[in-house]
Design a protein around this ligand. Structure first.
Ligand code: FAD
Length: 312
């Protein structure tokens, strides 16, 4: 029974790229994998999952109580189908970090968190101490393995697959103690930070909510996600789901633009796997310039209007 189950992440309309990154990790495990898509009216999302290279089967579970990603409902459903699997993987996104520990707890196993590399099916690497050290994790082969996959460390697979889709009805009842009330999302139409190809972040130097609008405007001009340092979040300039870093989101965009951010180690941890890093900071000795591929030592309040003019 060496088989992997991947929990698909989606927003009800499209599959999140984190699912494909989990598929890359599952492929590295060297065993067949299925993908389970839970939700309401999930046919379209199931066909997107079926295109993921290497997927053996996509299991589509359609039920009204699974319409929203409530971990309480989704975890029981995964546990109900866990018997045929040795490994259960989910992304290290907010969705996965909410869901996977519940699955592990219900199955009575420890969770392996943040797999960044696979040595073999029970031996992994993961970062610790804000990414300053990499630890080898050996999991017991006698227990089911429940793990999150560090999405920033894995490339998405190709989309040339054509796995069969198996439709099932829900096996576990809806939770009686947790119910969905509403979703409040600050990002609007902006791309999800954890999967965006481009991200522009602002730091404490922005100095107010009003000035943070400049970050949103710039991000919208290039179709980027908008992020922030913890200092900017703590100061109340933007919502905390925008925080990038050790205690925020770990991201790996192709392009990361840090504006008015000093480059503290806890922030850099969140962008270690980014492609090109651009920094704008008026202090030429700011630590962010040590990791930046392109740096501009200048006042953001004069640079941003020029950037907007060029891009607009
Ligand atoms: C346990 C722990 C966890 C943490 N987790 C995180 C985390 O997840 N993410 C995170 O970001 N931080 C985190 N931090 C906080 C981190 O240590 C820094 O305090 C924070 O990143 C600093 O944010 P900042 O760069 O915006 O602010 P500052 O350090 O105040 O830097 C502001 C920068 O803006 C520049 N600047 C000022 N005015 C201008 C201007 N007009 N134009 C251009 N540049 C200008 C300055 O030169 C300076 O470099 C954590 C800290 C701890 C202890």
């Amino acid at each position: 029974m060496s088989r992997t189950l991947i929990i698909a992440e989606h927003d009800g309309t499209s599959l999140n790229p984190s699912t494909s990154k989990c598929a890359s990790c599952a492929t590295a495990l060297g065993q067949e994998f299925d993908i389970v898509v839970m939700g309401s009216s999930v046919n379209e999302i199931a066909s997107q999952a079926a295109a993921i290279d290497g997927a053996a089967t996509v299991i589509a579970i359609d039920a009204e109580h699974l319409a929203n990603p409530l971990a309480a409902n989704h975890a029981s459903e995964v546990v109900a189908m866990a018997d045929g699997y040795s490994h259960i993987l989910g992304p290290s996104t907010t969705f996965g970090r909410d869901l996977m520990p519940r699955i592990a707890a219900l199955l009575g196993v420890n969770q392996v968190s943040d797999i960044s590399a696979v040595e073999d099916a029970y031996h992994f690497k993961r970062p610790i101490y804000a990414g300053n050290a990499i630890v080898d994790v050996h999991a017991p082969e006698s227990a089911k393995l429940v793990a999150t996959v560090r999405v920033a460390s894995w490339k998405a697979t190709g989309e040339g697959g054509s796995a069969p889709v198996e439709n099932r009805s829900a096996s576990a009842p809806a939770s009686s103690h947790t119910r969905f009330i509403k979703l409040e999302s600050g990002g609007g139409e902006r791309p999800d930070l954890q999967t965006a190809a481009r991200v522009i972040s602002g730091g404490r130097a922005l100095a107010s909510n009003e000035n943070f609008e400049m970050i949103y405007e710039l991000a919208d001009l290039i179709g980027a996600g908008a992020g922030a340092s913890r200092a900017a979040v703590d100061a109340g300039y933007c919502p905390n789901d925008m925080q990038v870093g050790q205690t925020g989101k770990i991201i790996a965009p192709d392009l990361y633009i840090a504006i008015g951010i000093s480059g503290a180690i806890q922030h850099i941890t969140g962008i270690k796997d980014a492609g090109t890093i651009v920094a704008i900071n008026k202090d030429p000795d700011a630590p962010i310039f040590e990791v930046a591929d392109i740096g501009l030592a200048a006042d953001l309040f004069s640079v941003i209007p020029e950037m907007k003019q060029l891009l607009g």
